[in-house]
Design a protein. Structure first.
Lengths: 408, 336, 341
């Protein structure tokens, strides 16, 4: 007795619906006879028997949808005529063979007499290049966190492949000071706030600040900007801030006492002028990275670099050198700020220039009163290095420079 | 006047050989169908039932040194060409003992020993290949014929026209054999070709062409002898349109919605095996026990092939990338 | 731009001749055909016309019409014929006039040439060489300006080469003809007129290694083919800004020489890939990914790339120039990798 099963007719045939029997129990069939019709996704297909014999029993009702391999009928085979002709290929064992789903990389072996297909070995990517001796490997994320936390990567143990340092390794690291509290993941600004707190406290502790204030008419600057920017696409336009910073840079060149570093009881003026631009970011971050050689920069260039600094600041991509290089700092609260801003000097610098917001005031020009754009510029300076007289001249010079925007 | 070379050999033994070849193909295809329904053969399976007279009439006329290019419906061509049945079946089961290491399956039977160049699943894909094989022989003045088998569906492909043109232009020794079974999968010839007289197309390329009843193995063989003889004499290509019919569906998974059952039945009356056997019986060229003997021999060969194939082994997965390129290092190739 | 480019001077053997890239290829073909009578050239207009790019000029007279074989406009037909002839023991060089027309032969290349060895269980191989012109820059508009060598480099079973120097134009062909598998050679159209000196005894070169054309420390510029010279020019411009770029000429696009690339990126820690293909899904994407897979820990900057803009290449000069990689874009990408504006 053999089973006549639902045949597989195609690579994507999983089941078929028997819609017609062309034989009944008792009918004799030979190899190749069509015995039933099966409805498939492609249409009705006649199916044939490969066994000869007599139909013994129908097992499946009409209109039943059954998987490939399901027994549909039983056939009683005839005795073999000669010994030389072996039985036709043995029918598969009685377990239903589930169809193997097509594009499977690791096919589940069918629970039949068929061979178990071995799992294919997925190609292993080539081994990374062997390291130069002593080279430290750390992921970009790890590096950024280490920099923010001021952790020396050399002191971190890496758990990544080839011993690379991962972010989690830096997070696990106890940090630069034993008293530093355990950090939760992702609070980078905490570290920054701590650093600011330390610096500002030190500044107020050590630096005898004096303060001066001066009002500057920047109407000319605004008009100049309007003319100059008219011909520029938005991304190339100059802001007033660029003019202010350039003016400070040029003035700083002439007033050395405000450009340099005070340490160990001595002031070292700096040959170069690197203005630290105070940039605040949402969440409480604040830093003043350097615009190197500010006095040499053309306004366009200065503007571009300022934009770049802001962008990188927000992305946390300021380099350490940029934070330690400024020789004087300029701070401006822009349009959202107040009229006058008195800064706190960033040690070891010796001065910080502050700009308030531009306000239109009534002003006396050539004996008449008219509206003018006025900005209040302040100076906070280290009295160990300079005094009010020099400071006044410095601020006045800035004011004069801002009357000639063409020369900036 | 016909020469000895192109007179059909009507000896009794030869007739029996032709009959056996056809029966052998038919029973083999039948077994493939069975194995397919049991999911032992997978992918696509295209069977040759009804067309046996074409492969059997033509391929034995070729010499061992000649070349054969066929399509995805090529089991019959492979068998009659001499590719062992056991390795053919092992190939269909995907076993590494198969003629193509199991890597090709039903549609990609290759056999170097018999100059059998596949097995091609792209309709029309073998025609340019045949032109190239013949080009090499032409350039080396070798007396070799390349027989290229394709269906009438290939006639619609640009490659057909490019290949015939090249073969005629350059005078290449190709025998183009179009097995016109009237259907390209499910599309009838009448709705895909503006000119359905296919051998006329070859004439347009200045290739001598002939149409023959593809259900008559004797007629096919006679036409093949004429054509191959001419190619050897002239070095120029020839075209044979064999008008035949596919008694089974295009492939296993085909509901044949595109053709009428009555049509199939009327062609079944012209089954090449039945017709030839009747003719032999009528002309007392075969005894019934000889027929039985043929069937028994074929059945035994098939059973042995099945046993061989089922006992075959799977190529180790680690070998997957092997033979993507030739297995030699650059240094081994001895350059410079 | 039809500016004549001059290759850098070689420390050559005595009696170096001055010749063009086109001349070098012609010499390679001539040399191959003299060495091996199985070699023949087949393609459109290679004989009587002398070759669309004048590469085969004069060869018909020297070797005759059987071996310098003009074909009808049947890319699929004659590429398939080249495959068959190779399978039957010849050593054909099929010339597809440009990569743009090769699409008509793509089926034969992918479905026959690339598959036969694996598919037949190693019974048949296809020792065929296919040469094609590629690239943009001559204002030939959208259908004549493709750079599809990256596409072809996707296919297992074939090898893909991009000679960018005279030595490679002269030397890669013979080695390719010795290869038992199909080899595609891409010649950038902007290189044909390039002149330089080539040693008189210049001969076959290896085809599976990349070459460091300029050593440097600060950034690795990885490129091939027509873009090599723009990249070298960019490296010179960068040097003036104190950026020392290392330039790698891939030479072989399939297989890629990972070892050379990774050694360089390991040293410089920064990589920019210059690839004339369209950016998305290009060869540069593959190389970038390999760098991430194999040299991630060495990187100090995101990997950059300069590719063609994702547009059909337009006809007017300024638009075409804007669409394909140029020296300023390469310079900018290198500086960006160094965090410089």
């Amino acid at each position: 007795m053999v089973d006549f099963r639902m045949p597989s007719l195609g690579a994507d045939m999983e089941a078929g619906t028997l819609v017609e029997w062309l034989v009944k129990p008792g009918d004799k069939v030979k190899r190749g006879d069509v015995v039933a019709i099966v409805e498939t996704q492609k249409g009705a297909i006649e199916i044939e028997t490969f066994e000869a014999g007599e139909i013994e029993q129908i097992l499946v009702d009409l209109n039943a949808k059954v998987p490939v391999g399901t027994s549909l009928a039983r056939i009683r085979t005839e005795l073999e005529p000669t010994a030389g002709l072996p039985k036709a290929a043995v029918a598969p064992p009685t377990a239903v063979v589930p169809p193997i789903p097509p594009p499977s990389i690791t096919p589940a072996p069918p629970p039949s007499a068929g061979p178990v297909l071995p799992q294919p070995v997925l190609p292993v990517p080539a081994a990374p290049v062997p390291s130069v001796a002593g080279r430290m490997r750390a992921s970009p994320a790890a590096r950024r966190l280490a920099e923010q936390r001021r952790i020396d990567l050399a002191s971190v143990t890496g758990t990544g492949t080839v011993g690379a340092i991962l972010r989690a390794d830096v997070e696990r690291h106890p940090g630069p000071t034993p008293s530093a509290p355990k950090r939760a993941i992702g609070l980078d600004l905490d570290a920054m706030r701590t650093a600011i707190a330390a610096a500002m406290a030190r500044s107020k502790r050590e630096i005898p600040h004096y303060y001066l204030e001066h009002q500057v008419d920047v109407t000319g600057c605004e008009q100049w900007l309007a003319r100059t920017n008219a011909a520029q696409p938005p991304e190339s336009r100059l802001l007033l801030g660029a003019l202010l910073i350039k003016a400070v840079a040029l003035a700083t060149r002439r007033f050395q006492a405000f450009n340099g570093f005070y340490s160990d009881g001595k002031f070292e003026p700096s040959p170069a002028v690197h203005i630290g631009v105070a940039i605040a970011i949402r969440g409480g971050g604040l830093a003043a990275p350097a615009l190197h050689d500010t006095d040499q920069l053309a306004l366009d260039d200065l503007m571009t670099r300022m934009r770049d600094l802001v962008q990188r600041m927000r992305a946390g991509r300021i380099r350490g050198s940029e934070l330690s290089d400024p020789t004087i700092t300029v701070s401006s609260l822009g349009e959202r700020g107040v009229e006058a801003l008195y800064g706190v000097i960033y040690p070891p610098q010796v001065a910080i220039v502050g700009f308030g917001k531009v306000v239109v005031r009534p002003w006396v020009i050539d004996g008449a009163i008219g509206p003018r754009s006025i900005v209040t510029v302040t100076l906070a300076a280290d009295h160990r290095v300079s005094d009010g007289h020099a400071g006044a001249l410095f601020l006045a010079d800035i004011g004069h420079l801002l009357q000639e925007p063409d020369e900036l | 006047m016909t020469t000895l070379a192109d007179k059909p050999h009507l000896s009794r033994q030869h007739m029996l050989d032709l009959l056996k070849h056809m029966i052998r193909i038919r029973r083999f295809e039948d077994k493939c169908a069975e194995l397919y329904t049991q999911e032992k053969i997978r992918g696509f399976l295209h069977l040759y039932d009804g067309e046996e007279a074409v492969a059997v009439g033509i391929i034995p006329v070729l010499d061992k040194r000649d070349r054969v290019v066929a399509t995805y419906r090529e089991h019959g061509h492979a068998l009659v060409r001499g590719v062992p049945m056991a390795t053919t079946l092992a190939e269909m089961l995907g076993k590494q003992e198969g003629c193509s290491r199991g890597r090709g399956g039903s549609m990609h039977l290759f056999d170097r020993a018999t100059n059998f160049y596949g097995g091609n699943a792209i309709v029309g894909g073998g025609l340019p290949l045949s032109v190239g094989l013949a080009l090499a022989d032409h350039m080396r003045r070798a007396d070799i014929v390349t027989a290229c088998f394709f269906g009438e569906g290939a006639v619609a492909e640009g490659e057909f026209h490019e290949s015939l043109n090249l073969a005629a232009l350059w005078g290449l020794p190709v025998l183009f054999v179009c097995e016109n079974n009237l259907y390209a999968m499910g599309t009838a010839l009448a709705i895909s070709e503006s000119e359905t007289d296919i051998q006329r197309k070859a004439s347009c390329y200045q290739i001598s062409a002939e149409a023959v009843d593809g259900m008559d193995v004797v007629a096919v063989e006679a036409a093949a002898r004429r054509a191959i003889h001419a190619i050897r004499e002239t070095g120029k290509p020839r075209f044979l349109e064999c008008r035949t019919y596919r008694l089974r569906a295009h492939s296993m998974f085909d509901a044949q919605l595109y053709r009428d059952k009555g049509e199939v039945e009327s062609w079944r009356q012209r089954d090449p095996i039945t017709r030839f056997r009747s003719w032999l019986e009528t002309n007392h060229m075969v005894h019934s026990d000889e027929l039985t003997h043929i069937e028994e021999e074929v059945a035994a060969e098939i059973a042995a092939a099945v046993a061989f194939a089922e006992a075959g082994t799977w190529e180790p997965v680690e070998e997957l990338a092997r033979f993507t390129y030739e297995d030699r290092t650059f240094e081994d190739r001895g350059v410079q | 731009m039809s500016r004549r480019r001059t290759a850098p001077k070689e420390a050559a053997a005595p009696a170096a001749a001055e010749l063009t890239y086109r001349d070098a290829i012609r010499e390679a073909i001539r040399d191959a055909m003299r060495r091996d009578e199985r070699v023949f050239l087949m393609g459109e207009d290679v004989g009587r016309y002398g070759g669309c790019y004048a590469v085969s000029k004069g060869l018909l007279a020297e070797f005759g019409p059987e071996r310098i074989r003009d074909t009808p406009l049947s890319e699929s037909g004659f590429t398939g014929a080249g495959i068959g002839a190779a399978m039957a023991g010849m050593r054909p060089i099929v010339e597809l006039m440009t990569v743009n027309f090769s699409l008509l032969a793509l089926d034969q290349i992918l479905n026959t040439a690339a598959t036969v060895r694996h598919m037949s269980g190693n019974q048949f191989g296809v020792p065929l060489v296919i040469r094609m012109a590629t690239g943009a820059g001559r204002q030939l508009a959208a259908q004549h300006s493709h750079s599809l060598e990256g596409w072809y480099a996707h296919i297992p079973g074939i090898k893909v080469l991009a000679p960018a120097t005279l030595e490679d134009a002269r030397g890669m062909l013979w080695t390719a003809l010795q290869d038992p598998d199909p080899v595609l050679i891409f010649e950038n159209v902007m290189l044909y007129n390039m002149t330089g000196k080539l040693a008189a005894d210049a001969g076959p070169v290896e085809i599976d290694k990349a070459a460091v054309r300029r050593a440097g420390r600060d950034v690795t510029l990885i490129t091939y083919g027509g873009s090599l010279w723009k990249t070298l020019e960019a490296a010179t411009a960068l040097a003036a800004e104190s950026i020392d770029a290392e330039v790698i000429d891939l030479r072989s696009l399939r297989p890629l020489d990972d070892a050379t690339v990774m050694a360089s990126v390991s040293k410089t820690r920064r990589a920019v890939i210059v690839d004339e293909g369209w950016r998305s899904g290009s060869l540069s994407a593959e190389i970038g990914m390999r760098i991430v897979e194999q040299a991630f820990w060495e990187l100090d900057a995101p990997i950059g790339r300069v590719c063609s803009e994702e547009v059909p290449i337009p006809y007017p000069r300024h638009l075409e120039n804007a669409a394909i990689p140029q020296v300023p874009k390469i310079v900018a990408a290198a500086k960006s990798a160094l965090g410089r504006a």
